[in-house]
Design a protein around this ligand. Sequence first.
Ligand code: SF4
Length: 254
Amino acid sequence: MALSAALPDIDEKSVADEARALEARYGELDSRLIIELAIDHLFNEEIAVVSSFGAESAVLLHLISEVDHTTPVIFLDTGKHFSATLAHRDRLIEELGLTDVRNIQPLQSSLKREDPFGALSMTDKDRCCYIRKVEPMARAVAPYRAWMTGRKQFQASTRAALPVFEAVGSRIRINPLARWQSSDLTAYMAAHGLPAHPLVEKGYRSIGCMPCTRPVEDGEDQRAGRWAGTDKTECGIHLTGLTDTLTNISLTES
Ligand code: SF4
């Protein structure tokens, strides 16, 4: 089906207004209520979850599974993950009973053309993230009106003002855990017997692709180990580049 046909044209300004109204009305609600509201009332079939199956991803996925374990979960299978991440993904799918996890991979044509030796991350991380994360992410969320993430304000200074509801072009992104603290996550995982990613005990507190992730020291931001030694702080799937890519996909995939 044409992606542009899957999502009717929606005015970006009205979506921005909608996100602000949702934030004002529901942004302070309990996370579980926000998820219920989003899945059962606001977006129904038109919402997905994006998960990295990273350090604390079990918390959001557990909440989702309790509301509706059939909710689509998008995993960006970049081809550069730690094997421990893939094992953790499989364990959580099994333990939480998630029935619709989608492993979204980069386009083979892009890999062949731009990263034939799998070493692009060493020379051009932005481009590597684009072909392995941003384009696949845009492709994966294009059919939905909204998606949820596990991002939190405490993770980095760049996320300090993260709202629960935000507009991404003509779609809504929901961050139900935005106001959670690290201690809240730890307590929730303990209370529900949820497994941490196996690399957490080795000092990894935010876990992305293997070539671009290192453990963090005490006192560092949780995300300080991502693209360490460079100016890069985000892969782009949460930034404006995604909006542009989504727009291009909607315009061209018809
Ligand atoms: Fe490539 Fe590193 Fe980005 Fe992964 S995080 S897509 S390996 S640059």
